[in-house]
Design a protein around this ligand. Structure first.
Ligand code: IMP
Ligand code: MG
Length: 172
């Protein structure tokens, strides 16, 4: 018994990312767009999303930590790896795997604003609106989901299951 129940299939993810990619391009016209993936959880989403935004697209990564190895937030956000390029006067799309309490994203948005980008938007594959503690505006949401612990397509449970090509609920 694996304890996994499929929540979002590979096919559903693929279709939705095509839609979000087209929406991002439409919103930015023909301007360059920086997709900034938040490691590690966003790596599949960033990869697939980047292939669905036409035109001038640039990639960078950040790594932040708010969870350690537990399933509940520790309340503190730390930058473990910064962007390697300047965000100043650029169109930035923060690419997240999931927005849960909203703590990570609230912190990241404050961090980016201080760097004077031209524009900052947020794309997340998954959103748990019922778990929100820190209200935050999200521009592109793949799928709103219930407040269950999910894994797969980049999301982990103590580093396991990131390789699954779909999203599943992990029975606690
Ligand atoms: P937030 O700061 O509470 O919004 O949490 C964001 C981060 O917590 C995400 O980027 C994930 O790394 C992690 N996280 C939140 N919910 C889940 C889940 O259901 N499965 C796996 N990781 C999660
Ligand atoms: Mg994350």
């Amino acid at each position: 018994m694996s304890g996994l129940t499929t929540l979002i299939t590979e096919e559903q993810i693929k279709t939705r990312i095509q839609e979000i990619g087209a929406q991002i391009r439409a919103d930015f016209g023909d301007e360059p767009v920086w997709l900034v993936g938040i490691l590690k959880g966003s790596y599949h989403f960033l990869s697939d999303l980047s292939r669905n935004v036409d035109g001038e697209v640039y990639i960078d990564f950040m790594r932040v930590s708010s969870y350690g190895h537990g399933r509940a937030t520790s309340g503190a956000v730390q930058i473990l790896k910064d962007m390697e390029n300047s965000a100043e006067n650029q169109n930035i799309v923060i690419v997240e795997d999931i927005v849960d309490s909203g703590l990570t994203l609230t912190y990241l948005l404050k961090f980016f604003e201080a760097r004077h980008p031209k524009c900052v938007k947020v794309a997340t594959l998954l959103d748990k609106p019922d778990a929100r503690i820190h209200p935050v505006k999200i521009d592109y949401i793949g799928f709103p989901i219930p407040n269950d612990f999910v894994v797969g397509y980049g999301l982990d449970d103590a580093e396991r299951y990131r390789n699954l090509p779909y999203v599943a609920v992990l029975r606690q």
